[in-house]
Design a protein around this ligand. Structure first.
Ligand code: SF4
Length: 415
């Protein structure tokens, strides 16, 4: 029987700084929304943020708000209001919880920052590289606010990405400029754009370095820590604030390694998390796995916000490359190879696949990948059925039992 004590997560000294970066982000947006002094673009999380920054927009990310609705467990109460508008309970629960919350005039920003409502958009900008849901989601707000919806349509399920494909996506990004100028953005300024691309690249490099500290044994942090600390990699990319934050976090992580400080005392098992976080259950899962001496050292999800292809010398092309070479855009063969390379680096002995009911795009267990990975690497997998936000799709007791059994089997070398 695995030793299952409840162990609290170790706190980070830079947590205060993280809170400040996020507060600055939302309060600046709120001020602009009320005063109209700056234009606001809503952007999908892996959308063309650098171009928007380069054109002087403040950038708001509805998926980040969706994750807050999940983490604060407001989602389940508000999803039915989006369902009543015809948005199915089977589609993205970020979408349904975000629209449901808007209809109910609720937001977790109120409790966190005393902000009464999400900022009003001047333009909505998507990239379908991750899914079609972001476009449909933004289309609802476009109709509601009567503001333009523009975006990039990306190829999906690709293995090798050809130069012609990159060129075509780069052109789509460049072609956004007239619409963005018309929506109130500053006149396009190549230098400002290049600066945003350069800052985003720096943020990515630092974020990767932070994530890779988890290759140390024992690991200085876990996937559950990283899901919290990744917020600036999403919302502050393309800004100096993002760069500054990850310099501080990296220093702290390196200090932990140097001082032999493990995220989980007596780390016995190292795991990989494949798929979306279950936002409303991060703490419970983190504490259960800690109690079992199992550290989730790496994940596809947190790795998503690494865009090292960005290059300010060729901003459009490198953005196209960065946002098309993403894991989520690629075919099964690429994804398997990617996880195998992660295995080489992080040396995990098990994989947890989260099959998220409302996000097939980030549920990679459905076409035999766990079995093939086991054949190629010998690493066993556990599949958890759940959801990113809709906890009605998640059985806590069942998951708890399955995780415990999986760790026991790892200990006994039975899987
Ligand atoms: S990738 Fe999944 S979680 Fe993200 S917006 Fe699309 S459907 Fe929602």
């Amino acid at each position: 029987m695995a030793d299952q004590k409840t162990i609290k997560r170790k706190t980070f000294e830079c947590s205060g700084k993280l809170k400040q970066v996020m507060a600055d982000h939302f309060l600046e947006l709120d001020r602009a929304s009320q005063s109209g002094d700056s234009k606001i673009a809503w952007c999908s999380s892996v959308g063309p943020a650098e171009l928007l920054r380069g054109m002087g927009f403040l950038v708001y990310y509805p998926e980040n708000h969706g994750a807050m609705l999940g983490a604060s467990r407001m989602a389940a109460d508000v999803i039915p209001y989006a369902n009543a508008e015809g948005y199915s309970p089977d589609i993205c629960s970020y979408l349904t919880s975000d629209i449901g919350a808007f209809l109910q005039e609720k937001t977790p920003l109120t409790k966190a920052y005393n902000i009464s409502a999400v900022p009003r958009p001047d333009v909505l900008v998507f990239n379908t590289n991750q899914c079609r849901d972001v476009k449909d989601w933004f289309a609802w707000y476009s109709r509601h606010f009567n503001v333009p919806l523009v975006g990039v349509h990306t190829y999906r399920e690709i293995g090798e990405i050809g130069y012609d494909q990159i060129k075509e996506i780069a052109k789509q990004i460049e072609d956004l400029i007239p619409d963005l100028e018309a929506a109130g953005g500053a006149k396009f300024d190549m230098d400002r754009f290049k600066e945003a691309v350069g800052l985003s690249k720096k943020t990515s490099q630092l974020w990767r370095a932070c994530l890779e500290t988890a290759s140390a044994v024992p690991s200085p942090w876990t996937f559950f820590d990283a899901t919290i600390h990744m917020a600036p990699a999403v919302v502050a990319r393309g800004t100096q604030a993002g760069v500054d934050y990850y310099e501080i976090l990296l220093k702290e992580l390196k200090g932990r390694i140097k001082g032999g400080i493990a995220a989980i005392e007596g780390e016995k098992h190292r795991l990989y998390w494949e798929g979306m976080p279950i936002w409303g259950k991060l703490r419970a899962l983190s504490e259960q796995l800690s109690g079992l001496k199992a550290c989730v050292v790496a994940s596809t999800y947190c790795n998503t916000w690494i865009y090292e292809q960005l290059d300010s010398a060729k901003p459009f092309e490198s953005m196209a490359q960065a946002y098309t070479e993403l894991f989520i855009v690629r075919d099964e063969a690429y994804k398997e190879q990617y996880i195998q390379e992660c295995h080489d680096l992080y040396q995990f002995d098990g994989i947890i696949f989260h099959d998220a009911k409302t996000c097939p795009n980030n549920s990679n267990n459905r076409y035999g990948m766990p079995e093939r990975l086991r054949g190629n690497t010998g690493v066993p997998a556990l599949i958890i059925n759940g959801d990113l936000n809709d906890l009605r799709c998640y059985s806590e007791e069942q998951t708890k039992t399955n995780i415990e059994a999986f760790i026991e089997q790892l200990e006994e070398g039975m899987v």
